[in-house]
Unconditional design. Structure first.
Length: 287
């Protein structure tokens, strides 16, 4: 496969600009790494952000599946149309070649995102962790491959647990949006433990049980964050930069815990200034 005539630097610059618009926190995280790694990391992050936002761009699942298939085919070497017409496509292909990113992991990322297009509830923690493994955890592991490939094998466990924690935090942040779409990402076994199912959780009439489910979900995220920190402690400072955005997880857990039931109804996102400070600090120490 070739990436055509679009230059590497041009494609990477376009990916960084796209990331600024689609995932500003990870855009800032990119600015905190070495300049020669910034472009491919931005291409990876922008690719992930593009997959994550497809549900926001479509009304029916089928067009979303078509978009995901476009990206899967591209990664697997069967691009549709001129890659040069899409700088993000060119950028992720450059990153794959330049840093030997496993195409299988990127293809699995597109496959996992099919779940987002439908309103099926998350059945249990095993499924939730599998989804995290192919999305947020894979993103951390692939980022390590770009920043410090020698450390990538040692980062696998930390990435696995950190990705689960990130997914929990992301679901808490998006709870009002997910609820409006009738989506339930809380694992069904966590809901069942407090006497709920997905339908009753969405109705949110039993505030005590809903609050208990949210509390258990936050605790589940905290447990994985703790393990992730333990597993990442021995990584090189360069490798840990792939985990910079994980620093945004704990403040979400703290705010969700204080908000309780209102997580279902309003945003608990910390301010942009606080998030920038956390990212800057995490780039210099453990997340």
């Amino acid at each position: 496969m070739t990436t055509g005539s679009l230059g590497r630097d041009e494609a990477y610059a376009a990916c960084l600009a796209t990331l600024r618009a689609t995932d500003f926190d990870r855009y800032l995280a990119c600015l905190l790494v070495a300049e020669d790694r910034r472009g491919p990391l931005a291409a990876l992050y922008a690719f992930s952000a593009e997959l994550a936002r497809i549900r926001d761009l479509i009304r029916e699942p089928l067009p979303g599946e078509v978009r995901l298939q476009y990206w899967r085919d591209l990664i697997e070497g069967q691009p549709h149309g001129d890659v040069q017409a899409n700088p993000l496509a060119a950028g992720i292909l450059h990153a794959v070649v330049d840093h030997k990113l496993p195409r299988k992991a990127l293809a699995a990322m597109t496959e996992a995102r099919i779940f987002d297009l439908y309103d099926d509830p998350m059945p249990d923690r095993a499924t939730f962790e599998g989804y995290a493994g192919e999305t947020s955890s894979a993103l951390l592991q692939l980022g390590t491959l770009i920043l410090d490939p020698a450390s990538a094998p040692a980062a696998a466990e930390a990435a696995g647990h950190a990705g689960i924690a990130q997914l929990v935090a992301g679901c808490l942040l998006l709870m009002p949006l997910h609820r409006s779409r009738h989506q339930v990402y809380l694992p069904g076994d966590i809901l069942a433990a407090v006497g709920l199912n997905a339908g009753v959780f969405l109705l949110a009439e039993d505030t005590d049980r809903v609050t208990a489910a949210l509390s258990a979900f936050i605790g589940y995220g905290r447990d994985h964050l703790k393990i992730a920190r333990e597993k990442a402690a021995g990584l090189s400072p360069v490798a840990r930069k792939a985990f910079t955005a994980v620093a945004l997880v704990e403040p979400v857990f703290d705010r969700a815990e204080k908000a309780g039931f209102s997580v279902m109804e309003r945003s608990i996102q910390p301010s942009q200034l606080r998030r920038q400070w956390r990212l800057w600090r995490a780039s210099r120490r453990m997340f």
